[in-house]
Structure formats: C-alpha cells, structure tokens
Design a protein. Structure first.
Ligand SMILES: [Zn+2]
Ligand SMILES: [Zn+2]
Length: 53
C-alpha cells in the first residue's frame, strides 16, 4: 500500500500528525506532513499552482 505524499516536501505520510485539505484554487486534495505544518512551510498545488502557507 502506497502512502500519500506531502505536497510541500514530498515525504511519504507514514507518521501520525499529517493533514489534508482542499486546494482553495481548484479543490485538489493537498497533503501536508507534521513537519511542514509545524514549520509553516508553503505548499504549492501541483494542479493549479496555488501557493499558500
Ligand atoms: Zn512535508
Ligand atoms: Zn489547486
């Protein structure tokens, strides 16, 4: 079984604490790992290019 990957750092989401939400621009599901959440690393939607904190 494959893990989803963080949309910011591309790390596999194998640990607890990650989150997912819909891209404000296009509704694509964005995944973020715990590390990127805590460090507020920006994400970029691969579909529409939306960037957010
Ligand atoms: Zn990450
Ligand atoms: Zn998008």
């Amino acid at each position: 079984m494959a893990f989803e990957k963080c949309s910011s750092c591309n790390a596999p989401l194998s640990e607890e604490g990650w989150t997912k939400f819909e891209c404000p621009g296009c509704g694509t599901i964005i995944y973020r790992c715990q590390r990127c959440r805590h460090q507020s690393i920006p994400y970029e939607c691969k579909k529409c290019g939306f960037r957010g904190p």
